[in-house]
Design a protein around this ligand. Structure first.
Ligand code: ADP
Ligand code: MG
Length: 529
């Protein structure tokens, strides 16, 4: 087990990593960072979502000095990725004050030129726009010591090979070149032979991982309703002891606070606690003073409790090993355990890759409706009240207040208000659901605008197949599809529209990056008389 502190990197960066809430390096980071720090060329392969950005970003930023010129260039396939990578690097270099700049097409070149003039250490750009700046001589790469080709497979897919080669020819020969990719097609190996020096290839090819025989399900949740969905799920389950997993320390802190505010008996465990605080949380968990323990993978590592009834992946784990590790915390000592995973539309593909690695398919279940939850809970609330009444405890203490209230308000109201206080539940789930407004769709449907069409060879079949696969809805349920030269309209059922929206925004169709927006209603034809 490794920590970021084990790397030979400056304290500024360690401090930033801490602040970002990363506790331990992901597998690709653990393997690749020490090799990059040695200075040679590196090829890193790991699936999407495994932390490749920080894997090259940490050693890269460590190497960048305060000298006022471009020292490093990172090429990414799209503008969204350029912005995303720049954001991650900015966070990592927060205490070092490295100047990073994303440059991409679609943004005013004048603005980028002014920014470049002010002195930038690390440029993150799409190949086309970087080349444009090189030709204008507004960007010089002769003193670059580190080059990264990020998401190389996607860049090749998008036909950037020649642009990349032209750019690499402009970079100082004496440099470190890194290439990161989720997959390793032949063309990548060819490119690396031409432009890299004896690269070390590091690949996170997960060996066999077998999931223990624990009941597993996943729930499709919307990013924006995630907390509410979680509450409905846990309210409809009979949970004695549950461990909730989050990706970061920050996530743990936020979820702990949110659940406590909603009246759940929950506490969080993360790497920043002292041993004493940690012991105290664990004691509460063992004694069942709390029913939910919220933890990161690292913090949960030492947990050894037998009667955990539920493991809930509030954030989907980064890799299959971690999935297997997490769910193995329940179902111990011959007891029954249940592993639940929340999956947002954009994480569906990630779930599929976990399923393929663990060689089993995880069944899905619907998020319980508010009615289901209330129905389920009523029995337990009723039981709690009955047991208090029947225990015949001293309740005289409350009698004056009871009499006063009953004199002023109808008894149903008084009891309902007390139950609200006692059971802390507010069902406000509908507030943050999407409202797409009038999109000009048939009734019961929502119409979306997609910014590509025949220009990327879309056909109705491709749209139906890919959308239904990506969102996990039956292809039959899709409505009208109108494909034009440069854009497309699709109609989908109202109840799957939020999933379509979250899954397809900045996603891909037929290999092309797309964006999707709710459509505007069609203009009404003037009535002719
Ligand atoms: P990839 O490039 O492999 O697809 P990213 O670099 O975009 O993956 O990382 C995916 C997410 O994981 C990001 O939100 C990132 O901040 C987060 N992340 C990266 N490394 C860690 C880590 N060691 N611990 C927790 N979260 C991490
Ligand atoms: Mg990436």
């Amino acid at each position: 087990m490794m920590y970021f502190d084990d790397f030979q990197i400056s304290n500024d960066i360690k401090k930033a990593i801490k602040e970002m809430g990363f506790e331990a390096p992901s597998p690709i980071q653990e393997k690749v960072i020490p090799v990059i720090l040695e200075g040679g060329d590196v090829i890193g392969q790991a699936q999407t979502g495994t932390g490749k950005t920080a894997a090259f970003g940490i050693p890269l930023l460590d190497k960048v000095s305060s000298a006022p010129y471009v020292q490093s260039i990172i090429l990414t396939p799209t503008r969204e990725l350029a912005i995303q990578v720049a954001g991650e690097l900015q966070k990592l270099s927060k205490f070092k004050r490295t100047r990073t700049l994303p440059i991409y097409g679609g943004q005013s070149i004048g603005h980028q030129i002014r920014a470049l003039k002010q002195g930038v250490h690390v440029v993150i750009g799409t190949p086309g726009r970087v080349l444009d700046h090189l030709r204008r001589k507004t960007l010089k790469l002769d003193r670059v010591h580190t080059v990264v080709l990020d998401e190389a497979d996607e860049m090749l897919d998008m036909g950037f090979v020649e642009d990349i080669e032209s750019i690499l020819k402009e970079v100082n020969e004496d440099r470190q070149t890194m290439l990161f990719s989720a997959t390793m097609p032949q063309e990548i190996m060819k490119l690396s032979k031409r432009y890299m020096k004896q690269p070390k290839v590091i690949s996170i090819n997960k060996g066999e991982v077998t999931a223990p025989s624990i009941d597993q399900v996943y729930y499709k949740v919307l990013e924006r309703n995630k907390l509410d969905s979680l509450c409905r799920i846990i309210d409809s389950e009979e949970i004695d002891l549950g461990i909730l997993f989050c990706r970061t320390k920050k996530g743990v802190a936020e979820l702990t606070e949110a659940l406590q505010a909603r009246g759940y008996m929950a506490d969080g465990l993360h790497g920043d606690l002292t041993q004493m605080q940690r012991d105290s949380v664990m004691k509460k968990f063992r004694d069942s003073t709390i029913e939910f323990l919220i933890a990161t993978d690292v913090a949960a590592r030492g947990i050894d409790v037998d009667n955990v009834t539920h493991v809930i992946n509030y954030d989907i784990p980064q890799d299959p090993e971690s999935y297997v590790h997490r769910i193995g915390r329940t179902g111990r000592a011959g007891r029954k355990g249940l592993a639940l995973t929340l999956v947002t539309p954009r994480e569906m593909k990630h779930l599929r890759s976990i399923e393929s690695e663990i060689k089993m398919s995880i069944p899905s279940e619907e998020i319980p409706s508010i009615e289901d939850v209330v129905e389920k809970q009523q029995a337990s609330w009723k039981q709690q009240l009955i047991s208090i009444i029947e225990a015949d405890e001293e309740l005289t203490f409350f009698e004056p207040l009871v009499n006063e209230m009953l004199g002023e308000y109808p008894s149903e109201k008084v009891v309902a208000a007390l139950m609200k206080v006692a059971f802390h539940r507010e069902f406000t789930g509908e507030d943050d659901s999407y409202d797409f407004g009038d999109t000009g769709a048939a009734s019961g449907m929502v119409r979306f605008f997609i910014n590509v069409g025949r220009n990327v060879q879309l056909t109705p079949k491709i749209v139906i197949d890919e959308v239904s696969e990506l969102v996990g809805i039956p292809s039959k349920s899709m409505g009208r599809i109108d494909i034009f030269e440069n854009f497309t309209f699709i109609e989908v059922p109202e109840d799957s529209a939020p999933f379509v929206y979250e899954a397809l925004r900045y996603s891909r169709l037929n290999g092309a990056r797309v964006n999707l927006e709710p459509a505007k209603p069609r203009p009404k034809r003037e009535k002719k008389f």
